[in-house]
Design a protein around this ligand. Structure first.
Ligand SMILES: [Mn+2]
Length: 298
């Protein structure tokens, strides 16, 4: 029987002592505004990951066997988003103290506020956030809460230790977000999906991430719904699989990822291709990170 952990790894490869990567399931869902189901994301990703081939053709190796991945128990979270963010923050801060790479699995995008703050608590400033997403999430408030999934980039930027948020794949923004980006060009930069499709992102992106410590947050709706159809707020014209890997490869060649998360998968019966694509994407993101020198020690 396949062990019930991320990638279905044997006890030896997935032990807390040996593993250099910690996967943290964060099944939080409270402020969802359209399609629901994100609370089921972590379990679906872990289940699908057990079908992902460990051999990575790009690296000609079963990489997970080299770095090892330990799957932590799912966080038990309250419904109030601000309180949940604090619980996530302390769990991530504690996990990061091990010196291992922390990989959060959401859950709605609100969890990233807790992940980012927890990484800062343990690993210190400064931090650059790289966000793959269909939405800017730069609203100051949405549906009456500043801790909505639609506000996460803005909440991360509340902390001056977050130098900048770099967003790729965006298709949907509101006037408030456009105005915020225009008036804060040093701290927020958007490459809309068409800029990625037309390869007009690379040079400036590299210049902005070079040598930086990065928290990578992947909202799966950044990818095209053809790749990930099961998500709460889908948008057409998303990133292709190859464009997404190109971004991750470029990022890890020029910067150091110190923590990451992947959020907003809302598993749906009959759409298990979405669960599989996300599981494979998380494995690729971890592998690029670990094979580019891994993460800094705290
Ligand atoms: Mn989104």
């Amino acid at each position: 029987m396949t062990p019930d952990n991320f990638l279905g790894l044997d006890a030896e490869i997935s032990s807390l002592e040996r593993a250099r990567v910690l996967v943290m399931p964060i099944p939080f869902e409270a402020t969802v505004s359209y399609g629901g189901g994100a609370a089921g994301g972590p379990a679906a990703i872990i289940s699908a990951s057990q079908q992902v081939e460990l051999y990575d053709r790009e690296f000609d190796e079963e990489l997970a066997l080299r770095y090892g991945v330990h799957t932590l128990p799912a966080l038990d979270l309250p419904d109030d988003p601000e309180t949940a963010v604090e619980v996530i923050r302390s769990a991530v801060a504690e996990a990061a103290r091990t010196g291992k790479l922390v990989v959060g699995l959401g859950g709605e995008h609100t969890v990233s506020v807790g992940v980012g703050r927890g990484l800062l608590d343990t690993l210190g400033a400064p931090l650059t956030v790289v966000q793959i997403d269909a939405h800017s999430d730069l609203r100051d408030e949405y549906d009456g809460t500043p801790y909505s999934h639609a506000c996460i980039a803005r909440r991360l930027l509340d902390n001056p230790a977050v130098e900048q948020v770099l967003q790729l794949g965006i298709r949907s923004v509101c006037p408030e977000e456009v105005a915020f980006v225009r008036s804060n060009p040093d701290r927020a930069c958007v490459w809309y999906a068409e800029a990625v499709h037309e390869d007009r992102w690379r040079d400036e992106f590299i210049a902005r991430v070079r040598g930086r410590r990065v928290f990578l947050t992947i909202d799966v709706d950044g990818l095209d719904p053809a790749v990930v159809p099961a998500t709460g707020t889908p948008e057409p014209d998303g990133l292709t699989w190859r464009e997404t890997l190109d971004i991750l490869r470029t990022l890890t060649q020029h910067a150091t990822i110190v923590g990451m998360d992947c959020v907003e998968l809302a598993p749906s019966p009959g759409l298990h291709m979405a669960d599989f694509a996300v599981a494979k994407l998380v494995y690729k993101a971890i592998s690029y990170t670990m094979m580019s020198g891994g993460m800094e020690k705290p």
